[in-house]
Design a protein around this ligand. Structure first.
Ligand code: FEO
Ligand code: CA
Ligand code: CA
Ligand code: CA
Length: 608
């Protein structure tokens, strides 16, 4: 993840036009191919996919559903081998089971297939020659390949809240070991070669909270768990497969999800860990940068309307190098530290922020911010809450200190080139509606349909500090509309963009943005823009995904030869089923989520 000599540079590719094709569209001069799709064998000896013969045992060894985060970690000393690590966020049962009629009608075996299709996959991949194309290694000995599932994989809790009363259950009276991971959305690759994965909308898997202890109900409600009915509408009713999903019987089980998970893909025997020191939210993901003094800092978003931005600063310092000792030490960095939440203010008079997105008189949506300390090690800084309370109910801690309510903070990632941090605010159609918080300078549009990018510059470039400045380099939407902004660039030359979700960088520091939920009427896609210099804000669409899909990843390899993108939930359109598909991508017949790679066959850097 360290800086490499710049190979990418000017974004000279031919812009892809918005469209509604049932296909992946890439610029002229590029090729794109599926790397791996739902059901493909992952673990050595896994059976080939058969839609009509699917079982939980088979799914547990095959690539899961709804790929979101993508990380590519080169095998040490090899330019031609890498580990692809992918999150499987959730399942579309209607797109998975022939004859689907309702969630209620699923068999227990089918529920277990869905539970096993959640989690992560680790897949060894190899490249064809020196090209940017990568494919899964085919071998009888796949040392690294691994499936982690929500069904049966064991995760270890670390940090100050591990073992606390909140995390103890009948099955785990010590509160240190969890079965499974849920709703793994985005994530990040650490400088020590592990993957972080955010457990996001875990609330949807739990039932029976109407029978949970009264004192717990407000805490469950704050995380979106319905406490007024046994089965929330659209409930997956996983309690039919595993009783632990019934909060009437096991009220603490819900607290064992909503964490940042760290997976060491290079050690297939290692237990993945849930780090309580990074707080419990609807974690979109986490991305780490090493501060000047060696502490590591993880930036994180809580993806829901009016939620907060966070950062974690480790107690210990990063040890560079690839020695066994350094790695062993670095694997402990996220187990202890200090957790902060962001409070931001604008620098323009409040009267100039009218909720329409019109720029204030100083020409910028910008201002200052503070990182407010919530907890450090086992010491809480929030009155009335213990450290375990703050870490387990971090949203309540953010409420208590008056953190700033943002427009759905999704992926948050520092640029390793400039140290500036970029956060995707995907949208917030409730902003300023009814009694909800009105627009402010950092979230400047009421009923925000298209989202914006929030850029943070830590004061003195110190990632461990507590003050920063911020600005909005991009306010998304139709560039022809008055309420959009593209870094001051000529708006007639930029692509329309809506609902930014994931961000990534190439080695030149260009910002790549993928979208989810394009409210402009065409398919989601992947975009790239310079964020410094005279081309700043010259945003161009690089690819589009098929009907009904969101665009995830993205991940640009260190040599800039490949862009990996996750095509999540193709064909997820109301009324569509596997028998009556709305998308036939990628193989025809019915749709499958898949990870794709896009490259230049002439070997040039992506983006050029
Ligand atoms: Fe799973 Fe916030 O997207
Ligand atoms: Ca301003
Ligand atoms: Ca997302
Ligand atoms: Ca990212």
């Amino acid at each position: 993840q360290q800086l490499k000599p710049s190979k990418a540079g000017a974004l000279t590719f031919e812009t892809v036009a918005p469209n509604t094709r049932d296909a992946v569209t890439v610029p002229a001069g590029y090729e794109t191919a599926v790397v791996i799709r739902w059901g493909d064998p992952v673990v050595a000896g896994a059976p080939a996919f058969d839609l009509h013969q699917q079982t939980a045992a088979r799914q547990s060894r095959q690539f899961g559903f709804n790929n979101d985060f993508v990380g590519v970690l080169p095998l040490p000393g090899r330019h031609d081998r890498a580990l692809l690590v992918v999150n499987h966020e959730y399942t579309n049962e209607e797109l998975m089971f022939p004859g689907f009629t309702s969630l209620d009608a699923l068999t227990v075996e089918q529920l277990e297939v869905a539970i096993a299709a959640h989690g992560l996959s680790v897949v060894e991949i190899e490249r064809a020659g020196r090209s940017g194309r990568w494919t899964p290694v085919k071998s009888r000995h796949l040392h690294y390949n691994r499936r982690l599932t929500a069904l049966a994989s064991t995760f270890r809790l670390t940090g100050p809240a591990a073992g606390s009363a909140w995390l103890r259950t009948a099955a785990d009276p010590r509160g240190t070991t969890v079965v499974g991971t849920l709703n793994n959305c985005s994530g990040g690759v650490t400088p020590w070669g592990t993957v972080l994965s955010g457990e996001e909308n875990f609330n949807q898997y739990f039932v029976g909270a109407d029978q949970s202890p009264e004192a717990l109900k407000p805490k469950l409600t704050r995380y979106g768990i319905t406490t007024t009915a046994r089965y929330p509408s659209g409930s997956r009713k996983w309690d039919r497969a595993q009783e632990r999903f019934d909060l009437g019987k096991h009220p603490n089980e819900a607290h064992r999800f909503g964490w940042i998970v760290e997976v060491d893909p290079f050690d297939p025997e290692s237990a993945p860990r849930k780090h309580t020191a990074l707080g419990r939210l609807k974690h979109e993901g986490a991305n780490v940068i090493v501060a000047r003094d060696g502490h590591v800092v993880a930036y994180m978003g809580d993806d829901e309307r009016f939620e907060y931005l966070y950062k974690f600063v480790s107690d210990k310092k990063f040890l560079p190098g690839h020695s066994h000792l350094a790695r062993k030490h670095n694997l402990t960095l996220l187990e202890s530290g200090t957790l902060y939440v962001a409070k931001v203010t604008g620098d323009s008079p409040a009267g100039e922020i009218d909720g329409t997105g019109t720029l204030p008189a100083d020409g910028r949506f910008d201002g200052k911010g503070q990182w407010i300390k919530l907890v450090s090690g086992s010491r809480s800084y929030v009155p009335g809450m213990t450290a375990a309370d703050v870490l387990t109910f971090t949203r309540l801690a953010g409420d208590a200190v008056g953190a700033t309510k943002m427009d759905r903070p999704e992926d948050v990632q520092p640029s390793l080139r400039t140290g500036k941090i970029y956060a995707a605010m995907t949208n917030n159609t409730n902003r300023g509606v009814g009694t909800n918080a009105p627009a402010d300078e950092a979230n400047p549009r009421n009923a925000n349909k298209h989202g914006h990018i929030f850029e943070v510059t830590e004061d003195h470039g110190d990632h461990t500090g507590t003050t920063f400045t911020w600005t909005l380099p991009i306010v998304c939407g139709d560039p022809a509309a008055a309420d959009t902004y593209f870094g001051g660039y000529d708006k007639s030359a930029v692509s329309p963009i809506s609902c930014p979700d994931n961000v990534a960088f190439d080695s030149a520091g260009n910002l790549w943005i993928s979208t989810d939920g394009n409210a402009l009427g065409s398919n989601d896609g992947l975009f790239a823009t310079p964020i410094e210099g005279k081309e700043k804000g010259h945003l161009k669409q690089f690819l589009t995904v098929p009907r009904g899909a969101e665009t995830c990843g993205p991940f640009i390899t260190g040599d800039d030869k490949s862009v990996f993108t996750a095509v999540q939930h193709p064909g997820e359109i109301s009324g569509a089923t596997v028998d009556k598909p709305a998308s036939f991508w990628p193989d025809g017949g019915y749709a499958k989520p898949a990870v794709i790679v896009t490259w230049r066959p002439d070997g040039g850097p992506v983006g050029s």
